[in-house]
Design a protein around this ligand. Structure first.
Ligand code: CP3
Length: 371
């Protein structure tokens, strides 16, 4: 399927931005930089706007979601906006009773533990999302229109859409909330492989539709977050998880556009935490760029990926609290190691901590852009 001619990639607005060039492996002279969780509690303007509105209500109010997405671009002049939403938004829109509890994360009213509970879940038809996603689509459209002209940025800023990978969603659905080692989820994988496959397929379809909707509405790249995949052994990841992530990415792989006489796909980034051993499989499920957490140095990651894959990462978020000279040295080291990949997008090795100093983030962007 072709993108609309008005889509920022097809219209030539973001195709040659630093970010999209880097995701294609075409290293720009200035390294692009953005931060996972750049929108959020580290920004006073976010805290003010969000006061009195529940997280998921904010995600589903287009004007608010759009404004929150734009705030860090205006403030830090980062090379990407990341759509303000959450990985559990499509679950909620599909009919799952989920809430985001401040300081905890997603909590399910009815964890999926028995076969009857699984039957009830997969009876929710992912196709309902096509209509339920209207506020998400509206928020993306509003955001993309504004991103064309943000003072202090080099030109139209690309929007990154995202979704949670099936395993991370399944872990929340089974555990009922955040958990340390995802024991119940990993136990189900082995105790009832049939139930596991049904659950993963459902998650793949729900989250895939969410990602596709963002891309069609105007996102210039798509990032799949498998935040908890690092709790898995490589064989479990390859056999029982990777096929579902590949199925999710099929929802965006058929979307193409023409530019410079060539047909391009919308770039896909795949990120997880503690996934140093899984990187090659995470690439093979259909990612163009692999996101690296702060534990694996970028040159080591690049070597594992045959030196052929653009990388994103991997400032240790804890370094944001160090004296500037220590942080600066760390950033320069990350940039140097990133040179071993065909292209590098500077990011954190996980999300911005809520108590990070926003001014440090702005200074970090200036440092990367001055190189
Ligand atoms: O990166 C961005 O700026 C875009 C926004 C974004 C949010 N969630 C907004 C959010 C993204 C990309 C996510 C993804 C997400 N959500 C992941 C994958 C990335 C990761 O961090 O590993 C996961 C695991 C979730 C689930 C989730 N939602 C958690 C663990 C939490 C934190 C709970 C807390 O209060 O500490 C949330 C809530 C959430 N999602 C917040 C934001 C800005 C904080 C809510 C608030 O400010 O009230």
């Amino acid at each position: 399927m072709h993108l609309d001619s008005g889509h920022p990639l097809a219209a030539g607005l973001t195709h040659d931005s630093r970010l999209i060039r880097a995701y294609r492996g075409d290293r720009p002279s200035t390294t692009p930089v953005w931060f996972m969780r750049q929108a959020g509690r580290s920004l006073p303007e976010y805290r003010e706007l969000r006061a009195g509105t529940a997280m998921l209500d904010a995600c589903l109010t287009p004007g608010m979601a759009s404004e929150i997405t734009l705030q860090p671009v205006r403030r830090h002049h980062v090379d990407a906006a990341v759509f303000f939403s959450d990985i559990v938004v499509p679950l909620k829109l599909a009919g799952v009773d989920v809430e985001i509890v401040p300081g905890t994360g997603p909590v399910m009213a009815h964890p999926v533990r028995t076969n009857d509970e699984l039957d009830a879940l997969v009876a929710l038809d992912p196709a309902v999302l096509d209509e339920a996603l209207a506020p998400v689509i509206e928020a993306v459209r509003l955001t993309v229109a504004q991103l064309e002209h943000i003072p202090g940025t080099p030109g139209p800023t690309p929007l990154v859409g995202f979704a949670g990978a099936p395993f991370t969603l399944a872990a929340y659905l089974i555990e009922g909330g955040p958990s340390k080692d995802h024991m119940r989820a990993r136990a189900l994988m082995h105790s009832d492989p049939v139930a596991w496959s049904r659950l993963m397929a459902w998650c793949a379809d729900v989250t895939g539709r969410f990602l596709r909707a963002q891309v069609l509405a105007g996102a210039s790249a798509a990032q799949l977050f498998d935040s908890w995949a690092g709790s898995l052994a490589l064989t479990d990841y390859s056999d029982s998880v990777a096929p579902a992530s590949a199925r999710t990415l099929e929802y965006v792989h058929d979307i193409t556009y023409e530019r410079d006489g060539q047909t391009h796909r919308v770039p896909v980034v795949h990120f997880g935490v503690g996934t140093g051993d899984l990187l090659t499989v995470m690439h093979e499920v259909g990612a163009d760029t692999v996101g690296i957490d702060y534990r694996t140095p970028l040159d080591v990651a690049s070597e594992r990926l045959g030196g052929a894959v653009p990388l994103q990462g991997n400032i240790d978020p804890a370094m944001l609290f160090a004296p500037w000279s220590t942080l600066e040295e760390h950033v320069l080291d990350v940039l140097r190691r990133g040179e071993s990949a065909p292209a590098h997008v500077l990011n954190l090795g996980h999300g911005v901590p809520p108590d990070a100093d926003a001014e440090v983030l702005t200074r970090l962007v200036e440092l990367v852009h001055s190189r």
